[in-house]
Write a protein of this length. Structure first.
Length: 237
């Protein structure tokens, strides 16, 4: 197994298509049992996987991914090829069945053999407090109903006053890279505080702007809604 592992990699991604190599296995002999590999990435990822070397078939008995001491979980992803078609013997899910005596082996050598996860909640859920700024954190689960408001609040304003309105946003999954635009409204009219979220999961982006109250005085309704931009994107193709 040692020779076949030489050149295997651990990779991370935030869209499931473009992958960064986080670790490359050398030719150190592997005598069986668990081998710990420490990853030095500081970038956060929503996908992680093991990819076989050019001569490798996978050949793993078990694999686990951790962030610190937290074992990561998510949607399991494994390559479909199975050695000699022995579905019940060498399937890729053997790598996560908790049994060190069951092994995965792909149908042929090379990087088409992979096993990993699309991680729940961005793996180690990203924490925006590392950024500058202050305020309460609001978690919103949005529906697939573009244009529908998903948050609103009535606030009291003074006339002809600048108000800074800002939020930080991240999608907790990849969602096929669908761009989403977040739009603030005041009393039903969109204001100039709006921008597109990152289409990639787990990437925080600040959306901020200044709204002048003009003649408005007293309570106004501040509302946040979103639009998906997939129709425009298709049109542009
Ligand atoms: Ca196993």
């Amino acid at each position: 197994m040692s020779g076949q592992t030489n050149g295997a990699t651990i990779q991370g991604s935030n869209n499931g298509g473009v992958w960064d190599v986080l670790y490359t296995f050398g030719n150190a002999p592997i005598t069986g049992g668990w081998q710990d590999v420490t990853l030095s990435n500081t970038k956060k990822y929503s996908f992680v996987r093991f990819v076989a070397s050019p001569s490798g078939y996978g050949d793993l008995a078990e694999i686990e991914f951790y962030s610190g001491t937290t074992k990561l979980s998510g949607r399991f992803m494994g390559s479909p090829g199975i050695w000699a078609g022995m579905t019940s013997t060498y399937q890729v899910s053997n790598t996560v069945d908790g049994n060190v005596n069951t092994v995965w082996s792909g149908s042929g050598p090379g990087s088409e053999n992979y096993v990993g996860y699309e991680l729940d909640n961005c793996g180690a859920a990203p924490d925006p407090t590392g950024n500058t700024g202050f305020g309460k954190q609001l978690a919103v689960v949005a529906s697939w109903s573009p244009g529908q408001p998903f948050w609103s609040q009535t606030i009291n304003v003074d006339p002809y006053t600048d108000y800074t309105i800002s939020l930080k946003t991240a999608q907790l999954g990849n969602y096929d890279n669908v761009p989403v635009r977040l739009i603030f409204e005041v009393d039903g009219v969109a204001i100039n505080v709006q921008d597109q979220t990152s289409p990639f999961g787990c990437i925080w982006k600040k959306i901020s702007g200044i709204w002048n109250s003009g003649q408005k005085f007293g309570p106004v309704k501040l509302l946040l809604r979103f639009e998906t931009l997939i129709l425009q994107e298709r049109y542009l193709r």
